[in-house]
Design a protein around this ligand. Structure first.
Ligand code: AMP
Ligand code: MG
Length: 343
């Protein structure tokens, strides 16, 4: 089972304590992951109602955005490969349009058009693949077709791909986008003090009583906490890590974040956390900055418009922007900490 990437902390300290009476904590298994919902200051009936609506919406979006099971995206993918014009559901059109824009801003490092490549690596199944990794020839055959979000044209209700090799995998943005929409809906209904943690994607509404919701950023290797953060209402905290989905084959780790330039799992980074009020942006950026790595993350962050970033490279160095560093309490002091602005 995949780990919960961000651990919700119940108290100001770093050890979870038993829930206070005003707190409801529940776990769902939806969107292919464990989803932890914590609500503050509501009675049992209200808490159950909110939980049910979150579960229903997540299930709906999971069906709509799933990369390999039949559903709305499956239909879109088969129509994209025909290169003819077709109509699509507006909720998907909106997400695909946002993905196109973010892919462009990331210089194509966030590239949801490489669905075939991700499938080739074996990540289009619920179980972890066992390997072996695909052959170089199979990878280059797909890369040579240059699937890109720029191949997709959106015109009102219509969309079309000029490249039959384009197959969408929205796994790097869909959860961030879904949590944005769900929390927007909950806020309009006046349900305002809760936190949803969907395996590495977290979104916060309101506060935990008279203090902010405090969350923990997971250390990518030791299963413990790297740093704690007091969140603000409406913020998303999104982490991409090489420990989320991977397989080991003959002593080498092959994980699920694929560098679209090489066709192989990206090397040099262990995890990236991005904090932003726009969860879809934070999600796409966490994946893109993971691939950009220690050398290029600042430039891509600037282009994508994110200012609160933490990146841990494979040698254990932590790179952090001043805007995020000032808000963090490190529990495991990093061996090397480099504070660098994106502006
Ligand atoms: P995340 O955990 O948000 O970084 O998303 C990782 C997921 O996004 C993977 O499991 C794939 O489904 C998909 N993915 C992998 N590499 C890329 C990429 N370069 N661009 C867009 N999506 C990707
Ligand atoms: Mg992402």
């Amino acid at each position: 089972m995949r780990y919960l990437l961000l651990i919700l902390l119940a108290s100001q300290g770093l050890t979870a304590c038993s829930p206070a009476p005003q707190e409801h904590r529940d776990t769902l298994y939806v969107f292919g992951t464990l989803v932890e919902v914590t609500q503050w200051g509501v009675n049992d009936t209200e808490a159950a109602k909110t939980l049910k609506s979150i579960e229903t919406d997540l299930n709906f979006m999971h069906e709509a955005y799933h990369a390999w099971k039949p559903g709305s995206l499956g239909r879109v993918n088969s129509l994209l490969s025909t290169t003819s014009r077709f109509t699509a559901n507006t909720s998907l059109l909106d997400l695909i349009a946002e993905s196109k824009d973010l892919s462009h801003k990331s210089d194509g490092l966030f590239n949801p058009a490489i669905g075939k490549l991700i499938g080739l690596w074996g990540f289009h199944q619920d179980e972890m693949p066992l390997g072996p990794p695909p052959t170089l020839i199979a990878i280059s055959t797909l890369l040579d077709k240059h699937p890109s979000m720029a191949d997709i044209r959106i015109d009102g209700f219509y969309m079309q791909s000029r490249n039959p090799a384009v197959q969408l995998d929205l796994g790097a943005i869909a959860k961030g986008y879904a949590l944005d929409k769900i929390t927007e809906g909950l806020a309009t209904e006046g349900r305002s003090n809760l936190i949803i943690n969907a395996g590495g994607n977290l979104k916060v509404l309101g506060t935990h009583g008279d203090r902010p919701w405090r969350i923990a950023i997971r250390h990518p290797r030791n299963n413990g906490v790297l740093a704690a953060l007091d969140t603000q209402s409406g913020e998303a905290v999104v982490t991409s890590g090489d420990y989320e989905r991977f397989f080991d084959y003959r002593g080498k780790r092959y994980h699920h974040i694929i560098d679209p330039r090489s066709g192989y799992p990206s090397t040099g980074t262990m995890s990236v956390t991005v904090v932003d009020k726009n969860g879809a942006l934070a999600d796409a950026a966490s994946t893109a900055l993971f691939i950009a790595g220690a050398k290029d993350w600042q430039r891509i962050a600037r282009q994508m418009g994110v200012t609160q970033v933490l990146l841990m490279s494979s040698d254990g160095t932590v790179y952090v922007t001043p805007a995020l560093k000032d808000r963090l309490t490190f529990t495991t002091p990093p061996a090397r900490l480099i504070v660098s602005a994106t502006e």
